[in-house]
Each structure stands twice: as structure tokens, then as C-alpha cells.
Ligand binder design. Structure first.
Ligand code: C2E
Ligand code: MG
Ligand code: MG
Length: 752
């Protein structure tokens, strides 16, 4: 047939729509498309030529050939046969083939096929003209044998031994699984690799899910691997799955699933390696090799991991949660930080703390505490991605290490952790408890950082998450570290301050508004800190409260005030001022408070009526109960009690009810400030005064700075005033002078 153009040499011709007669090719070529892995033939194509136009097109492609090229068969039908070949194939080679075929001979050559990705696939190709039927169009048969197999095989073996080698050198199985998955994905164009490992009961737990959601993978694998299905490789179409799964998988662009078993030496179920593919129903010969090898690698890794529950495992894992312990996680952190320079990634360390764990442990007992920690470790493991590490670094603290592409990534992880830990925990007893967690996040982008620095930075971020109210995360910032250092220094120095006499008390007079005369004073602490000058309470009281130092500090103030009251020079009227001392919530909850007060009064011979106490209204709700018990006892002893900073708390009326033993309220400076100028502030002060009057309480206005405020307070019937207008807080000797003068201001009626 020399007048017929060769289908192979014709590759310049434009595409011709397929017009070929329909024939059954299977008996003709005697090879079922399903027979792929065990056949020496890796692909068959049949093309034909339209004698009228002289154009050639592909009319049959076996599934394994399409697979080898990264297509579905229907994507190749109708195209010119030249589209199968790599553009690098020399034209002279194709001409020679055409000539042989035209002469009715079989042409056998080595050439490269074109993969969808653009890569070339080395093959041995045989071309042959088939006898034409009833004088119809000529058919050309092309049979291909993939030669890359040998190359791939070598590469696979090299890969396999490299992976097993690093496993033997202590690489964690989770890291190996990530490598396996990326190897599979690089070999299977358009495929996403899933790996699930079987637990001791044989139940599959997905550990690598690529870009797919854990629950979808979980459900899909459970569906496909029940009964005997899992023990040999199997290929499934998504259309055969239950509707609900079908929808979700299609949304994720999955069309087919290839399931490869991971089995132990005695065919025990160790897990499953799966490929979710967007288009192709089954793997090519090469892909089969890759998947088989890789499932073997996983099997060895799993067995080795099980064997590791020996001494090394125990030494490096926490017995309760089975998570890496402090030593191991610090080692991992060190390695990950060292890799940073090379891999251009950023690392995030998240320090997770279970909120109020100690009180949970005290209330529910250590068994429940253990149960909670196990549950938290499970939730953390589920919150992180594969390749991330979760370890327990101490009591109720966990450290998560993860690759972060930026702050947003790390914050999303922190958010996921906070929300997953806060779901209620159902205990084995059936009780349900609610827990929360706080997280300190550190981003690490320089390779040089030591684990100790990373952890201490995470601790300062955690401290600020806790300070901001718990059940949240905070990201470490450089300034934060500075604050923590300062805080730490203050804490140390404050210990010494108490014993080394660095604390002093200043006194600020309280004036009876109707007369303008001093009737009492408030004791306000100051710290003469060497090298820092005189520090106001705002610089150290909060730290003292947080650390518990407020208890010895408060005891010192009480003793000091009692001492000074005893020595206070009495005026001609023989009177002494009433001096009030501020008490923190922490002191009110401390059982040593009453004995401390009674001891000081007794030691200095001061009567209970001469001393008063102020408690702030902005106390946390959980402290109120303990505080009200102590206050009742103080009231019963005859001490005067004031509710300080009145108006700024949230539960003003509730506090008044609970602290009904108080005899005075002190209206906060912030309201007095706007008195007469701000309508709201004036309304609040007026309402507070009315409320106090109806409850029989006396009222002190704090922070009186102007004559106008003073005058208005007089008009409103306020009893007492304290503020810079009369006097700032002053040292003891000046306070004595003020007391001897007594008349600190004229009554408002005379000055307005
Ligand atoms: P506080 O009990 O409300 O004390 C009143 C604060 O208002 C004092 O600040 C006082 O100097 C300030 N002040 C008084 N009159 C005026 C004014 O006219 N204008 C302005 N701008 N401020 C005025 P200070 O001495 O800095 O004390 C701050 C807080 O520290 C106190 O608020 C109290 O809550 C706490 N504190 C002071 N001493 C002690 C103590 O010994 N123990 C405890 N637990 N807390 C203390
Ligand atoms: Mg006060
Ligand atoms: Mg106050």
C-alpha cells in the first residue's frame, strides 16, 4: 500500500475527527485492558488513516497506556498518533519506522512517549500494520514496553533503603510517613496520598490525609477496607460509594481511589496506603511498583515503631500520655531549629497550659486529673498536622512544634488548639467537666536560637495569655520578654524590700466636708527602692498580689499602721485619726489575716475602732465568698470597713448586698473627676449618694482636686472627701502636722 500515508510519519497533519468504523478490537489484539501489572506489555494503541484525507488518528488506547501517559483513554482518542511521542523524538527515527511499516514489516524501536506533565517516558515500541477488513481503512497497531521501570526500580530501592536507614537512626515514624506520601505524590500525577495506620484493635486511624479532611478520609477508608477488601490492592470509583461520601469526595475533586494494604510479616493488618485520584481509575505499572514498595516501607516502619516500645521508647516518652517527654521534645526542637536555615521554613512553638489544672486536680482527684491530661493530649494530636510534634513538657503543659508559613498559620493552629481543648470532657464516671487552655506562641525564623530561649519566650507569651483572662493564646513579642524580666526582677527585689525596711507608708487625710476638718487618713504604701527612688503602689502591688507576696507585705503595713497609731500625737481634744488600710482579695482569702490583725492591735495596744480596712470593689467574683466571711469577722471585731473604688466594678448592687457589713463606700476618683462637668459622672455620684443614704452608709469622695468638686459634694450631702485639694499622701511627720492643724480647708458653704 505505498499510496497510503503512514499514520506515524503523518504527525504534521491537523487533527481529523474520528470517523473510523466501530470494531471490537479486544479479540484482535487478544489483550484485556485489565491485564496490566503482570503483562510485559505496558500499553497498546491502534490508529487508522482516512484514505480520503490522508489524516491519521488514534482510535483505541489501552487503559494502561493512557495511565502511563497521565491521561484517561478518552482524552487521547481522535488525536494524531504523533501526540503520543515526546517532541524530542528525532523525525528521522519516525521516518524509518514509517518506511518499515509501509513495507509490511514490524518496526521495533526505542523512543520516548510524552507524559501529560511534559516528561518523557522511555519505551520500547513495536509498530505493525494490521490487515484491513473488507478493503476498509488500514489499522496500525503500536505496542509499548515501559523501559523506565528498570530505572524507577533502582531509584525505588535506593529510596527505600534511605528511608529505612534514617528510621534506624531514630527518625520518627510520622516524619517517614510524610516522606512516603510526598514520594508517592511525586510519582502519581494528580494523586493525593493518604496513609492510615491500624491501632491495636485493627481500626484504621488516618495519619496522612494530604489536602483532604480527616473525617472524609476516615469514613472513606472505613467504607473501602471492611471485610477482606484491604488485603490485596484494589481500585474503586467514587460513584460506587455511598451518596454522602460521593458528594464530599467529588467536591474535593476525587474520582477514584487506589487502596494498597500495609501488612505485617504474617499478613497482619498494619494499615493502608491509598491514592485519591482526580481522574484515573487505576495506577500504571510504574505506579504499582511505587505503591507496592512504599507500602512495604510503611510496614517495616510500623513494626520497628512497635518494637520501640522498649527501653528507648520508655525513656523518651511520657508514661501517661505516650507523648514525647521533655527531653525528647527539646531534642526535636533543637533539630528543627538547626534545619531552619536550610529549609527556608519557619517554625512555631506553642506552649499549651491547661487552665486551673491544679484546682481541678484538687477538686476531682488525681485520677480525673490524669484522665483530663490524656484527653488533652489526644485533642492536641488531632489538632496538629502530620509531621508536627506534640510533647508533654511538664505537669499540665504541652509543647507543640509545627512548621508555620507565617504568624497567621501559627495563630490558626493556636486557635484550633484553644477551641478543641475547650470542648467538654466526658469522664469515665459519666460526669462532664469543662476545661480550657491558654497558649503561648513563638515564631522561630533564625537557626541559632537555643531551646531554652524558645521555651522561655513561649512562657512569657503564655503568661500574657493567662493575664489577659485565660482560654486564649498570645504571640510572643520582644517587648514582652522585657516585661517579664522586669517583673521577675521586681519580684526578687520585693522579697528583700520587706525584710530590709525599704517600704514606707504615706498618709492621706480624710476630711469631713461639712467642717473641712481632718478626721482620718488612708495608709498608702510606697517603696524606697534603692536606685529607683520612691515607687508608687502601681509599680509593685499587682506583682505582689500575683506572687502571694502581698500577704507578708500586707502584714507589714498592718503592723506599721498599728505602731504609728499607738504613737500618734493626740490633739487638745485627745482624739486620734481613724486610719484605714487597704486589703487585697488575696489577703482576705488568707487564713492568717485575722490573727495578723489581732496580733498587731494587741502588740501596739491599739483599739479596733481606730483602724479601718478598705476592700476594692473590683474584686474577682470567685474571691467574693471567702472575702465576705473574713469581712464579717472584722466587722464583728468593731473595725470600720469601706468599699473602695465604688462604681467601677460590674456588680455594684450585688457587692453592696454581699458586703452589707461595710459602713462606708468610697466613690472612685474617676467619677469625682467629671463631677459637675460630665452629666454621666454627676449622675453616678448623685445616685451613689442616694443609694448610700438609703442603706445608712457614709460616703467618701476620692480624688477631690477642685473647689468646684468639693462644693458640689457638699451640696449633694457627701460626708467625707479625700484628694489633692486637701492634701496629697504625705510621710508620717507631715501627716502629724496636718493632724495638729486639723482644719485643712474651709467648709464649702464659706468658700463657694
Ligand atoms: P486607693 O485605695 O483607691 O487609693 C487612692 C489612690 O488615689 C492613691 O494612689 C492616692 O494617692 C490617689 N489619690 C488620692 N487623691 C487623689 C487626687 O486628688 N488626685 C489623684 N490623681 N489621685 C489621688 P496610690 O497611693 O498610688 O495608691 C494606689 C492604690 O494602691 C490604692 O488605691 C490601693 O488600691 C493600692 N494600695 C496602696 N497601698 C496599699 C496597701 O498597703 N495594700 C494594698 N493591698 N493596696 C494598697
Ligand atoms: Mg483605698
Ligand atoms: Mg480608691
Amino acid at each position: 500500500m505505498p499510496d497510503l500515508p503512514s499514520p506515524i510519519a503523518n504527525f504534521e497533519l491537523p487533527f481529523d475527527p474520528p470517523l473510523a468504523p466501530v470494531i471490537d478490537l479486544e479479540p484482535l489484539i487478544n489483550l484485556a485492558p485489565g491485564r496490566r501489572s503482570d503483562s510485559a506489555i505496558d500499553g497498546i494503541a491502534v490508529s487508522t488513516v482516512n484514505p480520503g484525507s490522508g489524516r491519521a488518528h488514534i482510535m483505541y488506547v489501552s487503559e494502561n497506556l493512557a495511565g502511563l501517559l497521565g491521561f484517561r483513554p478518552d482524552q487521547l482518542l481522535g488525536k494524531g498518533p504523533e501526540s503520543l511521542f515526546s517532541p524530542r523524538t528525532p523525525a528521522a527515527q519516525l521516518d524509518a519506522v514509517a518506511e518499515l511499516v509501509e513495507r509490511g514489516q514490524q518496526a521495533v524501536v526505542r523512543l520516548e512517549l510524552a507524559h501529560a506533565s511534559g516528561a518523557g517516558i522511555p519505551v520500547q515500541a513495536s509498530f505493525l500494520e494490521l490487515p484491513s477488513f473488507s478493503g476498509g481503512w488500514p489499522y496500525f497497531l503500536s505496542v509499548f514496553r515501559d523501559l523506565s521501570a528498570g530505572i524507577v526500580e533502582d531509584q525505588l530501592l535506593a529510596d527505600q533503603s534511605a528511608m529505612l536507614d534514617s528510621l534506624a537512626r531514630g527518625q520518627h515514624i510520622s516524619e517517614l510517613l510524610v516522606q512516603v506520601a510526598s514520594r508517592v505524590e511525586s510519582q502519581v500525577e494528580g494523586g493525593t496520598c493518604w496513609i492510615a495506620l491500624a491501632d491495636s484493635t485493627g481500626l484504621l486511624e488516618p495519619t496522612v490525609t494530604g489536602r483532604h479532611a480527616h473525617d472524609v478520609v476516615d469514613e472513606t477508608l472505613a467504607n473501602l477496607t471492611h471485610s477482606g477488601h484491604w488485603s490485596t490492592p484494589s481500585y474503586h470509583r467514587v460513584v460506587d460509594l455511598p451518596d454522602r461520601l460521593q458528594v464530599r469526595l467529588r467536591e474535593a475533586d476525587v474520582d477514584a481511589l487506589w487502596i494498597y494494604p500495609v501488612a505485617g510479616p504474617g499478613h497482619e493488618r498494619r494499615g493502608v496506603l491509598a491514592v485519591a485520584h482526580a481522574a484515573r481509575p487505576g495506577p500504571s505499572t510504574n505506579e504499582v511498583r511505587v505503591l507496592t514498595h512504599m507500602s512495604q516501607v510503611i510496614a517495616v516502619a510500623v513494626d520497628r515503631n512497635v518494637a520501640e516500645s522498649s527501653l528507648t521508647h520508655q525513656a523518651l516518652h511520657d508514661a501517661l500520655t505516650q507523648l514525647p517527654n521533655r527531653a525528647l521534645i527539646i531534642d526535636r526542637l533543637e533539630q528543627a531549629v538547626a534545619r531552619l536555615g536550610r529549609e527556608r521554613t519557619r517554625l512555631a512553638a506553642l506552649l499549651v497550659d491547661v487552665d486551673r489544672f491544679k484546682s481541678l486536680n484538687d477538686t476531682w482527684g488525681p485520677d480525673v486529673g490524669d484522665e483530663v491530661l490524656i484527653e488533652v493530649s489526644r485533642r492536641l494530636r488531632r489538632s496538629v498536622r502530620l509531621g508536627d510534634t506534640v510533647g508533654r513538657i511538664g505537669g499540665d503543659q504541652f509543647l507543640v512544634l509545627c512548621v508555620a508559613n507565617g504568624e497567621g498559620d501559627a495563630e490558626a493552629m493556636a486557635e484550633r488548639i484553644v477551641s478543641s481543648v475547650s470542648a467538654p470532657v466526658v469522664l469515665t464516671s459519666g460526669d462532664e467537666i469543662r476545661i480550657t487552655s491558654s497558649v503561648g506562641v513563638v515564631l522561630i525564623d533564625e537557626p541559632g536560637q537555643s531551646p531554652a530561649v524558645v521555651i522561655s519566650n513561649a512562657e512569657s507569651a503564655l503568661a500574657s495569655a493567662i493575664a489577659a483572662g485565660r482560654s486564649r493564646y498570645a504571640v510572643y513579642e520582644k517587648g514582652l520578654q522585657q516585661q517579664v524580666v522586669v517583673r521577675h526582677e521586681v519580684e526578687q527585689a520585693l522579697h528583700i524590700a520587706i525584710t530590709d525596711d525599704e517600704l514606707v507608708v504615706h498618709y492621706q487625710p480624710l476630711v469631713d466636708i461639712a467642717t473641712g476638718r481632718m478626721v482620718g487618713a488612708e495608709a498608702l504604701i510606697r517603696w524606697e527602692r534603692p536606685g529607683f527612688g520612691l515607687l508608687p503602689p502601681s509599680d509593685f502591688i499587682e506583682i505582689a498580689e500575683d506572687t502571694g507576696l502581698i500577704v507578708p507585705l500586707g502584714a507589714w503595713v498592718i503592723d506599721e499602721v498599728c505602731h504609728r497609731l499607738a504613737d500618734w500625737p493626740v490633739g487638745t481634744d485627745g482624739q486620734r485619726p481613724t486610719i484605714s488600710v487597704n486589703l487585697s482579695a488575696r489577703q482576705l482569702g488568707d487564713p492568717s489575716l485575722i490573727p495578723t490583725i489581732l496580733g498587731a492591735l494587741d502588740r501596739h495596744g491599739v483599739s479596733t475602732e481606730d483602724i479601718g480596712f478598705e476592700v476594692t470593689e473590683s474584686m474577682r467574683v470567685e474571691d467574693v465568698e471567702a472575702a465576705s466571711i473574713t469581712l464579717k469577722r472584722l466587722a464583728a471585731l468593731g473595725c470600720k470597713l469601706s468599699i473602695d473604688d465604688f462604681g467601677i466594678g460590674y456588680a455594684t448592687l450585688d457587692y453592696l448586698r454581699r458586703f452589707s457589713m461595710a459602713d462606708t463606700i468610697k466613690i472612685d476618683r474617676s467619677f469625682v473627676d467629671g463631677l459637675g462637668t460630665s452629666r454621666e459622672d454627676t449622675a453616678i455620684v448623685t445616685a451613689s449618694l442616694a443609694l448610700a443614704a438609703s442603706l445608712g452608709l457614709s460616703v467618701v469622695a476620692e480624688g477631690v482636686e477642685t473647689v468646684a468638686q468639693y462644693g458640689l459634694l457638699g451640696d449633694l450631702g457627701c460626708d467625707l472627701a479625700q484628694g489633692y485639694l486637701m492634701s496629697k499622701p504625705v510621710p508620717l511627720d507631715e501627716a502629724h502636722d496636718l493632724w495638729s492643724r486639723r482644719q485643712l480647708i474651709l467648709p464649702p458653704s464659706t468658700i463657694s
